[in-house]
Design a protein around this ligand. Sequence first.
Ligand SMILES: *[C@@H]1O[C@H](CO)[C@@H](O)[C@H](O)[C@H]1NC(C)=O
Ligand SMILES: *[C@@H]1O[C@H](CO)[C@@H](O)[C@H](O)[C@H]1NC(C)=O
Ligand SMILES: *[C@@H]1O[C@H](CO)[C@@H](O)[C@H](O)[C@H]1NC(C)=O
Length: 484
Amino acid sequence: MDDPAVYYSNTGGEKQDATAVSVRSTTELFASDSQKKMNTRVVYGSLAALVIALIAVLIALIVVATSKNSNETSSSGSSAQGSCEDSNSYPWVVPDCSYAKTNLEKAHCVLDSYPLVDGHNDLPYRYRMFANNSVYNVDLTSDLRLTWDPNVSHTDIPKMRKGKLGAQFWADYVPCASNYKDAVRLSLEQLDVIKKYVARYPETFEFVTTAQGILDAFKDGKIGSLIGLEGGHSIDSSLGTLRMFYTLGVRYMTVTHSCNVPWADNWLADTPDYNETLEGPKHDGLTAFGEKVILEMNRLGMLVDLSHVAKATMEDALRISKAPVIYSHSSAFEYCNHYRNVQDSVLRLTKENGGVVMVNFYDKYINCEPNLKDTPTLSQVADHIEYIKNLIGVDYVGIGADYDGVPSVPVGLEDTSTYPALFAELIKRGWNEENLQKLAGRNLIRVFKQAEKVSDEMGHLPPYEDIQPQKVSNPDDLPCRTDF
Ligand SMILES: *[C@@H]1O[C@H](CO)[C@@H](O)[C@H](O)[C@H]1NC(C)=O
Ligand SMILES: *[C@@H]1O[C@H](CO)[C@@H](O)[C@H](O)[C@H]1NC(C)=O
Ligand SMILES: *[C@@H]1O[C@H](CO)[C@@H](O)[C@H](O)[C@H]1NC(C)=O
């Protein structure tokens, strides 16, 4: 969510059991006592026949399976997935897209070969804004621009399918106005909304919580759906709350939104607009408790998201984190000097850390000095991607469009149907299939798998039990809080 209007809203089937049914009706047929013995013999006879038939079916199945396996092994081998093979490499071969006549066809070919994983989409918050969080009163297969504000509505199922979206981190976002107040409850409600719409459209979405889950869902033709918690205010300075969000399926947390928390500074701390009265004194990055939050995320296997945080917070988190980090929706600062973007020195640290910067499409973050144009365009987003690739390499860049979270997007990237156009532009600029796969999802999957590995390695550690002393900047909020 990067809609400036909401930064300071302070003021503002049950299956029939066929066997059971048939057994019951057979028994009902044998009503008379005199017939029972004979009937018993008939039953034993049928049972024996049944057992023989079952054995025959079993043998037939084994024969079919064996011949199928040998077929696969003798063919190209590209679809032979041994159960102990490293599934990270299967079947994600770099495709041969040479048949494609146009750049767009080639883009489709690439996106059919590997999931495009978008780091950030604010559809859940639109359900709150426009539908009071009702999922069953909204038809996600219809064009929601006709019923919701068209400026901030970029997502529906036909568009996502047209855009070849492979997996999505849905943002569990609530405004900073809820900081120190009811952020936890509101965040739980947004998490519930995500689970509701994923469950309502099972032919489209599959709820996943692992890197492998993304790949498996894609193989099944589903949009893998993950949850990212957008802002440390949502855990209300509580590691227990953080752990329970993990248990509910949250797989990244953005360390702050556009407000400080008692243990970390947000990006506004880097700007002249920083209001100490409103935000309290700066922490100069992470506090000691903030460092424990990062370590607990590492221990859990929750990705550390550094979009929205201050530069000093990025630097501290990169120093502390044992796992690669992500920027779920941020672009390149040197190309467009907005403080929501990532500065060069931090990009270099991110390369060392092995993380991934998922480029945001928001006008304000992609079109500004020193590259300000009259009209923000798709080409500028491609420039951001190439800027990061050229500075630190193609292994550290991804996509985090921020659809449904921003009031304006560039010409050419109007909604979730337009991702292939961006890939076509990069193909025009000489990108090969392998690098396009990395941008689409390989980099994020690599980071996610590594974070899972770090979590496994930290598995022997007990949960962190540090406590953040209760301290709120606005004394007016104090009466809302229990005194322990
Ligand atoms: C949401 O609920 C409030 C309070 O009942 C109501 O005033 C508002 O019209 C509702 N909005 C929508 C979009 O249903
Ligand atoms: C959508 O954006 C346009 C251009 O900025 C603006 O004129 C219009 O009022 C916006 N619509 C809504 C419903 O906010
Ligand atoms: C800073 O925040 C305080 C408290 O909300 C407000 O009264 C004041 O006007 C703000 N200062 C500036 C310069 O915006």
